[in-house]
Ligand binder design. Sequence first.
Ligand code: FES
Length: 153
Amino acid sequence: MKPKWQVWANEAKAEFPKANSALLPLLHRIQTEEGYLSENTINDVAELLQLPVPYVESVVSFYSLYFQKPVGKRVIHVCVGLSCALNGSDQLMHHLEGKLGIQEGQTTQDGEVTLLEAECLAACDLAPVAQVNLRFVAPVESADALLAKEVNS
Ligand code: FES
C-alpha cells in the first residue's frame, strides 16, 4: 500500500464520513494515478476504509468506469443494452473488433484502445450508443466514423 493512500483515505473520510460514501472518491483517485484497481489495491482500500473486501469488489465491478486490469489510453464502451442491441450494437462491436484487431475485453498491442461492453448508458433514444473515455457518442453512425472521430483524430 502506498503511504499517501492513507492520507487520501483520511481526506475522503473527512469529506464523506460514512465509509461507503468515501469509497467512490478514494477508488477514483487511486485509479486516476494507477490506471486501474488491482486485487491488491481493492484489499488495501477495504482495509483503509474498514469495509469488507467483497463489498469493495462489488462496487468496483458494478461501475463500468472502474477497471480491474490495465486499459488503453482510450476505452471504448459499446452499449449492449436492449435498445442498442435492437439498433445494431452487436454489428458495431463486431466491426470494431475487426478494425482494431482485438476482441471485446482486450487492448490493442500499442496500448491505445481498449474495447469493452457496457450495460445501458442511459441514452436509449439515441441507440446505438458508445462511450469513449468520458465522451458519449450517440448515435454511432459506424465503426469507421467512431474510430475516425474519437480515436484517430
Ligand atoms: S440500451 Fe443503450 S443506452 Fe440504453
